[in-house]
Design a protein around this ligand. Structure first.
Ligand SMILES: Nc1ncnc2c1ncn2[C@@H]1O[C@H](COP(=O)(O)OP(=O)(O)OP(=O)(O)O)[C@@H](O)[C@H]1O
Length: 251
């Protein structure tokens, strides 16, 4: 489903990714972990075309993403969430979720020169947003402005927005960051349900080991831009190189 092949990214003298290769399977959760500076965010930025690699290929659903214009990647069915929330504070929760579809639709709208949607389309998007809000336990907040809601709730609103337009690949950037333990438990359950229901492929960057162990089918471990382990969570947790990389990071 998603294949990263020989991807190299260099920032001046720093080799942020060093011929990185791995594949993530359809309908599975693949976590990317590693000490600070390992290259996790850089890989996310390569897949979402924020950053261009020096060499390598990123193939998603049979298409080379690096050959597509950035806005077309969303059209192919990829969506992402951000470490720091990127919501519109004064807009309602429902409207924020609906902007997820605006991103998907923008290329088509620009092409046709049609900048306004019809009322029918607007209503259809509002219904889709409401369905997602219900499935993420957010229905009661639909008309509330994003501002003033608890951080854990806003993280779920951002997830709902990423799910608008039914992506096939979802990139989650530290979804557990800033959440309390009960909120993380709830998010793990919600994500499991969503992945199963939508046959989503998820690429997850996360530091919260509890979440990684409970949610991932595959864990890819990076250290200084290189892959040092790749396998099921239980296997990777006991890998000597992984333990050494983390102990080294803490020392
Ligand atoms: N825009 C940039 N300019 C220069 N160096 C960069 C840039 N972005 C990342 N780097 C360097 O590339 C390496 C990988 O960074 P990256 O942010 O991908 O790591 P990370 O695994 O996401 O770390 P963290 O867990 O701290 O977010 C680091 O050495 C970092 O300093």
């Amino acid at each position: 489903m998603l294949e990263i092949a020989d991807v190299t990214v260099r920032f001046g003298g720093v080799l942020a990714l060093d011929r990185l290769s791995f594949s993530a399977q359809e309908g599975r959760v693949c976590a990317l972990i590693g000490p600070n500076g390992a290259g996790k965010t850089t890989l996310f930025n390569v897949v979402s075309r924020v950053c261009a690699p020096e060499s390598g290929r990123v193939v998603f659903a049979g298409q080379d993403l690096l050959r597509r214009r950035r806005h077309r990647i969303l059209g192919l069915g990829a969506a992402r969430t951000f470490q720091n929330l990127a919501l519109w504070p004064s807009m309602s929760v429902r409207e924020n979720v609906m902007t997820g579809a605006h991103i998907h639709a923008s290329a088509g709208l620009l092409r046709s020169g049609l900048r306004l949607r019809t009322r029918g389309e607007e209503q259809r998007l509002a219904r889709e947003a409401d369905e997602l809000l219900a499935s993420l336990d957010l229905a009661e907040h639909a008309d509330h402005p994003a501002t003033g809601l608890p951080f854990g709730t806003l993280k779920r609103v951002e997830l709902a927005r990423a799910l608008m337009g039914r992506p096939r690949l979802l990139l989650l950037d530290e979804p557990a960051g800033g959440l309390t333990h009960p909120e993380v438990d709830e998010l793990v359950l919600l994500l499991r349900g969503i992945v199963a229901e939508h046959a989503l492929t998820v690429l997850l960057v996360e530091h919260h080991m509890g979440m990684i162990m409970r949610l991932s089918d595959q864990v890819v471990v990076l250290d200084s831009g290189r892959k040092i382990a790749d396998g099921p969570p239980d296997e990777v947790r006991n890998d000597e190189r992984v333990v050494a990389a983390y102990l080294g990071a803490q020392a």
